[in-house]
Structure formats: structure tokens, C-alpha cells
Design a protein around this ligand. Structure first.
Ligand SMILES: [Zn+2]
Ligand SMILES: [Zn+2]
Length: 349
């Protein structure tokens, strides 16, 4: 389950899915196709999602601990209790207290033999603070070393996850998951070289992803070892990886807008909250949320490929299509300055 574990990669691509659709609690599952791995962004209720879909989750990235974003914690914990390995949970400062509080709500006298461990990482301005909660020690909280934070909160051989703290009267963390690169084998090149596919291709890809030197030997078969560089250039097609951005529960302020645009820039898919229609702008601002129009403007400014709005307020039940239409119209619309959106916000700093 370790994120750093390199698994067989034949064609890597991210498959995002809102577990509760556009209207239910936020929980975005990002599965890595072919790899049996997944990460989850936000942890709203997930009790209607089959366990088999949740078990590949290796890491959870929580925006903030308002109930609709965090009440699925118990469900996920219960699913993972009897498993081996470590589940990592990232979030803003304070999330470790929230986890500790939840764990304190149960009795753990019969779990000494279990090996499951929860690691909680708080993303602060320039550092990440980490704690371990081991099931065999009844989830007692243990401090781990802090690490520097400069925008990337997680990185492994396949994924990079960026985090951006946004203003929701508390911090609501925005995230962007990027596949570091697509490595595809060119079958015709393989055939032309007279080579047979095998596990050595995964070793080659793993070595390329890890940035190993061009003269690193790759064992193709007993007695047949060739340098990484030559095999990479001859056999692999390297293309930029996919990017998925996620922003939820934020005020439309110049500072937030700048951070969101930076985080989501060039994303293939941008999941953005749009709880309110622009007609209810005042309500949205008062509650530190976006309108659909604002979501559309942010998506356009970030030049994303596709905008997927969600987290609709139930007040629009029966009219959810209007939220989508408003966001998409703005996304596709003319170039506007941020200040044009509501006539009050200043242009970006
Ligand atoms: Zn909230
Ligand atoms: Zn919310």
C-alpha cells in the first residue's frame, strides 16, 4: 500500500469520479487505471460506495474538517482496520486533532495484533507536520519528523499532489493531482528490435520515472543487459501526464482567485464547487462560497480543459441544471477581468 511502491505500469492515466455525484457530499476518487491504486480527495459520507472501490485508496487529501467533507472518516477507518500498511491523510493545520478526536470516540482494547497505521500530515505555510496513529498501540498519537512544504504535499514515482491553502474563514485546502508522465511502450519499436514484452518493461519504466542515469543497466533476459538510455529512446513514448484540480468551499476573493488559478492552471479536469447561482452572490460571499459564474471564470482564467462543477446547495433542487449552465457559459465566455464578475472585487494582485 505504500505510495512509493512501483507497480506494473503499462499505461497510466487518472480516472476521477465524484462518489456522491454533483449534489452529495464531496468525495473525489482518483483511480490510477491499470494499477489498482487510488487517492481520495475529501471525505464526505462514503457509506453508499462499495468497499471494493475504496480499498485501493492509499492517501486521502482533506480540504477542511467541516462535516460534509470529513464525516466519511469513520467509514474508511472501519474498512482499513484489518488491513496491512499505512493510510496517509493530508489536510490543513488542525486535522490531526480532528482525527485524534474521532479515534478517541471508540474503544481499542482488542486491536493489539493489528498492523494498520494511519499517518496524518498537516500542511502548514512552509512545513508539513506529521503524526502516526498505530492500531497496535491503540491509535496513540506519535510525532513524526516535519518536512518542508513549498507547494507539493506528496510525490511518488507516478503522482505529484500540490496543495494550496484557500480562505473559507478557515483554511480550505485546494489540491491538484498530476500524473508525472505517461510512459507508453511503442509495440512496433519493440517488435522491430526483436524484443519480447515482459516484466523488464516495468523495470525500465520504473527506472525512467525515478530519473536513473542513462547508463543504468536494464536486464531484459539472462545474458541480455542494455543501457536505460538506449531502451528509453528506442521503445518508450513519453508524454505529459494528466492533471486534475480540486477546489471546494472558498470565498471569491482576489487572493483566493490568484491561488486557485495558479493551482488549476492547465488542468485536464477542474472540479470546482458552485453551490450558488450568481443571483445569490451575496449569500455565497457571506458563506465563503463560490457562485457557478465565479467557478466558470476561474476555470477559464486557469485555461483548464474541462470544468466539472459540484457541491450544489440543496436550495436549487430541481434547478441544478441552472448551476451547470451558468458555470459553463462563463467558462466558455468572453475574457473578463476578475473585477467584472461582481463589480466589487478588485482585479487580481
Ligand atoms: Zn466548509
Ligand atoms: Zn462544503
Amino acid at each position: 500500500m505504500a505510495l512509493s511502491t512501483m507497480t506494473a505500469v503499462t499505461k497510466s492515466s487518472l480516472r476521477p469520479r465524484l462518489l456522491n455525484g454533483q449534489t452529495g457530499d464531496p468525495a473525489l476518487l482518483v483511480a490510477l487505471r491499470w494499477q489498482g491504486r487510488a487517492v481520495l480527495i475529501d471525505l464526505g459520507r462514503i457509506d453508499r460506495t462499495p468497499g471494493g472501490i475504496l480499498l485501493p485508496i492509499e492517501a486521502v487529501f482533506v480540504s477542511h474538517a467541516h462535516m460534509d467533507h470529513f464525516m466519511g472518516f469513520d467509514q474508511l477507518l472501519r474498512l482499513f482496520l484489518a488491513r496491512e500498511g499505512t493510510l496517509r491523510l493530508f489536510g490543513p493545520v488542525g486535522i490531526a486533532d480532528c482525527v485524534q478526536g474521532k479515534l478517541a470516540g471508540y474503544t481499542w482494547n482488542l486491536t493489539d495484533e493489528y498492523v494498520f497505521t494511519l499517518e496524518v500530515i498537516e500542511i502548514d505555510a512552509t512545513e508539513m507536520h506529521a503524526w502516526r496513529f498505530a492500531e497496535c498501540r491503540r491509535f496513540a498519537r506519535e510525532r513524526l519528523a516535519s518536512t518542508p512544504f513549498t507547494g507539493v504535499c506528496h510525490q511518488d514515482a507516478v503522482l505529484t499532489v500540490e496543495a494550496a491553502p484557500l480562505d473559507h474563514r478557515i483554511v480550505s485546502m485546494g489540491y491538484a493531482v498530476t500524473e508525472r508522465s505517461h510512459l507508453n511502450v511503442r509495440p512496433e519499436a519493440l517488435a522491430a528490435a526483436g524484443l519480447r514484452p515482459g516484466p523488464w518493461l516495468n523495470a525500465l519504466k520504473a527506472a525512467v520515472r525515478s530519473g536513473a542515469a542513462a547508463d543504468t543497466p536494464i536486464v531484459i533476459a539472462p545474458g541480455d543487459t542494455r543501457p536505460l538510455g538506449a531502451l528509453r529512446d528506442e521503445l518508450l513514448l513519453v508524454t505529459p501526464g494528466q492533471k486534475i484540480a480540486y477546489v471546494v468551499d472558498v470565498l471569491f476573493s482576489p487572493a483566493n482567485a490568484a491561488r486557485i488559478v495558479r493551482l488549476a492552471r492547465g488542468a485536464d479536469v477542474f472540479f470546482c464547487e458552485s453551490p450558488f447561482l450568481d443571483a445569490d452572490l451575496e449569500q455565497a460571499s457571506k458563506r465563503y462560497h463560490l457562485t457557478a459564474r465565479q467557478a466558470g471564470a476561474l476555470a477559464r482564467a486557469a485555461r483548464v480543459g474541462r470544468l466539472q462543477v459540484f457541491h450544489f446547495s440543496p436550495r436549487y433542487e430541481g434547478r441544478y441544471g441552472e448551476l451547470v449552465a451558468e458555470a459553463q457559459a462563463e467558462f466558455a465566455g468572453r475574457e473578463v477581468r476578475y473585477g467584472d464578475l461582481d463589480g466589487r472585487d478588485a482585479a487580481l494582485p
